[in-house]
Ligand binder design. Structure first.
Ligand SMILES: Nc1ncnc2c1ncn2[C@@H]1O[C@H](COP(=O)(O)OP(=O)(O)OP(=O)(O)O)[C@@H](O)[C@H]1O
Length: 250
């Protein structure tokens, strides 16, 4: 099956001349539709850059990125904005909810910005799965961190995106709230057949994914299927190379 997100020969250099930093050297990888992939690696290995290139938030210096079959690197700025609004969802470490809006208004915001009406049945299903149905009238400061992040996940899903990108979504949460967020991401993959790409430092978080893509120095170093916290921690401590794991062929 055609991957929903595909990176081919992606290179990303920030800055120019003496201050240039190569964040991604040459990354080729396809994220399968309906899969949950964690992206891991040491600090500075290029995880956030990979996610931002894959989501069309930043353009690679060279190489191509496609999302749902559309070549993101060939889109105009206006087309890119539309793609980000309608085809992908984001969940960040900072919840990024608008403080003046209620939870419901925050969830429906991406659709309003796109000039679309929210499907109320879908909104009800999402908030019920996220267990925040009783808090829809509250503003962000009246919600716990975990509840705010669950609102952010509903907002990421409301437009029915092709893929959800999550960058350290549990970074600001205690262990229990973090666990709830990861269970919810797992649920949206298992029941809504969504695709989730999660950047994390935490082996326990990565263990919720179907597979882990390890980056090292701007390149894909390894791919691990059926991760456990122990296997992931062992791989991280042994980076850049570790025997017994499948090297990606794409
Ligand atoms: N906007 C930028 N301008 C210049 N250099 C950048 C920029 N963003 C990232 N970098 C550099 O690119 C490299 C990869 O950064 P990136 O944030 O992708 O790594 P990361 O693996 O997500 O790191 P961390 O785990 O610390 O968040 C780093 O050397 C970083 O300093």
């Amino acid at each position: 099956m055609e991957p929903v997100v595909r990176l081919d020969g992606v290179k990303k250099i920030y800055g120019t001349g003496a201050s240039a930093v190569t964040a991604l050297k040459d990354v080729s990888y396809g994220f399968a539709r309906g899969s949950f992939t964690a992206v891991m690696g040491q600090s500075g290995s290029g995880k956030t850059t990979l996610l931002q290139c894959a989501a069309g938030l930043t353009q690679p210096t060279s190489g191509t990125v496609s999302v749902g079959g559309a070549d993101v690197t060939a889109l105009t700025e206006a087309e890119l904005s539309a793609m980000r609004r309608e085809r992908v969802g984001f969940v960040f470490q900072a919840f990024n909810l608008l403080p003046a809006l209620t939870a419901k208004q925050n969830i429906e915001l991406p659709l309003r910005l796109a000039g679309r009406r929210a499907d109320q049945e879908w909104v009800r299903e999402l908030v019920s799965r996220a267990r925040i149905a009783d808090h829809m009238h509250r503003r962000p400061h009246e919600l716990s961190g975990g509840q705010q992040q669950r609102v952010a996940i509903c907002r990421a899903l409301v437009a029915g995106p092709e893929v959800v990108f999550a960058d350290e979504p549990t970074g600001n949460l205690d262990t229990r709230s973090g666990q709830e967020i990861l269970s919810m991401l797992r649920l949206v993959v298992d029941t809504l057949k969504q695709t989730v790409i999660l950047v994390t430092h935490d082996p326990a978080a990565a263990a919720h994914a179907d597979r882990v893509l390890f980056l090292s120095d701007g390149q894909v170093a390894n791919l691990m299927e059926a991760p456990t916290p122990e296997k992931v921690a062992a791989e991280l401590s042994g980076q850049p190379s570790s025997p017994g794991l499948t090297r990606p062929t794409s």
